[in-house]
Write a protein that binds this ligand. Structure first.
Ligand code: PMT
Length: 396
């Protein structure tokens, strides 16, 4: 994902410095080349050797280091960066940057870079609320510096409140959003994901094997590409993609309400959820006992949400999925036409590495004009991006 990207990671002296290590790992795992600059006080919390080992690049701590000035140097590092991240960023370093003070390797390099700078502050709650700090942050914002705001929580100093460094995964997502071209800016993308649960009684339900991975990958990719994304999701164990509005639902009827409410304001709708076609005709108020268990469970049809969207289509670009175990293309084509879709993603869920609860998928894309595009086994993240590419081509 970040192959060919150079990220300079600045780490400053706070107890959250160890979380910089986790962020470094996420960045390198995504393929980025990472150069770390530590302030002197950061080295009191985590050793440079840790960052050096994991980044596989020399760590810079001193501005007048002969080797780094000869081989890389602060200007060269500033020039090579596609993105600069400071995490954690103390009030001190933010204050220096806001006032043009460049007195160490980190502040000098940041001031010399033309790359976007993403700052993840971490500090005591009172420092964070101090009007001088607030002015400094505001000043940097007006100059185009980007911020990943801290979260509320128990702080190392014993106070509780805002000032805790954002989760490294969230900082990573913010970095991805900065580094990904914003070709979906202005689009409002509504995605559905995961299974629905149709309750029989308070402890039992009918459902399916959907993990939500496919739909979450689409929501994450669309958000990184600049869209405003709403994810209507059945129960899953997945972390919410950063920057995405999450609407949790349980049953197909709840999903229908959530989707219809947001349909008019969406420009693209992608329905990756595995919606239960049937629900029990009655839901018992109390747990059904073995003794009074009926021999059969009476089911009623759930509404077909996608068909309803297709029948009421305005300017939306409508994408459905078809999970099939036989006659893949034939069945998918029927759904494409029957539900008035612009594109359907045909998913042969019987194939190894495809469909439910795996990180990869094998799909074919069927378009309104009869074209069929066959994709090989791919990571769901990559499938998501191809779907979004085709949506943007189709929208023209
Ligand atoms: O979540 P994962 O573990 O990552 O698995 C991904 C997936 C296999 C769930 C996904 O790739 C997929 O194929 N999703 C569609 C599953 C499905 O319900 O297919 P279907 O052929 O039954 O439905 C066709 C389309 O109509 C789907 O877009 C579905 O969301 C929609 N539908 C179905 C029934 C219904 N009552 N309302 C609907 O809107």
């Amino acid at each position: 994902m970040l192959k060919d990207k150079v990220v300079v990671l600045g780490v400053t002296g706070g107890i959250a410095a160890y979380k910089g290590v986790e962020l470094l790992r996420l960045l390198t795992k995504a393929g980025a080349t990472v150069h770390v600059i530590m302030t002197r006080s950061a080295t009191e919390f985590v050793t440079p050797l840790t960052f050096q080992t994991l980044s596989m690049n020399p760590v810079h701590t001193e501005i007048f280091n002969l080797i780094s000035e000869q081989e890389i140097g602060h200007i060269s590092l500033a020039d090579r960066a596609d993105l600069f991240i400071i995490a954690p960023a103390t009030a001190n370093v933010i204050g220096k940057l806001a006032n043009g003070i460049a007195d160490d390797m980190l502040t000098t390099t940041v001031m010399a870079t033309k790359a976007p700078v993403l700052i993840a502050p971490a500090m005591n709650v009172n420092m964070y609320q101090n009007p001088i700090y607030r002015e400094n942050e505001e000043r940097l914002r007006t100059h185009g510096y980007l911020f990943v705001e801290p979260v509320r929580g128990m702080l190392a100093c014993g106070w509780e409140g805002e000032g805790k460094l954002q989760d490294p995964a969230a900082i990573f997502e913010a970095a991805m959003a900065v580094l990904t071209p914003n070709d979906l800016a202005g689009e409002c993308v509504l995605v559905t994901a995961g299974p629905t649960r149709e309750e029989l009684d308070p402890v039992r339900f009918i459902s399916n094997y959907s993990s939500g991975k496919m739909g979450y990958a689409i929501a994450r990719a669309a958000s990184r590409r600049g869209a405003r994304v709403t994810l209507v999701t059945g129960p899953t164990c997945l972390d919410a993609p950063w920057g995405v509005e999450i609407v949790p639902i349980t049953s197909a009827l709840e999903m229908r309400d959530a989707v219809l409410e947001r349909y008019a304001s969406s420009s693209v709708v992608i329905k990756a959820a595995a919606v239960a076609d049937y629900r029990p005709a009655r839901r018992a108020v109390d747990k059904v006992k073995k003794s009074d268990q009926p021999e059969t469970v009476e089911l009623v049809r759930n509404p077909d949400i996608l068909a309803e969207l297709g029948a009421n289509k305005g300017g939306q670009y409508l994408v459905g999925f078809a999970a099939e175990t036989e006659s893949l293309l034939e069945n998918a084509a029927k759904k494409l036409n029957g539900k008035n879709l612009d594109l359907i993603v045909a998913n042969d869920v019987g194939q190894t590495g495809a469909g439910f609860n795996v990180d990869t998928n094998i799909v074919r894309l069927l378009f309104r004009d009869g074209r069929v595009e066959e994709l090989p086994l791919m990571e769901k993240d990559d499938v998501a991006n191809v779907i979004l590419d085709r949506v943007m081509e189709g929208k023209g």
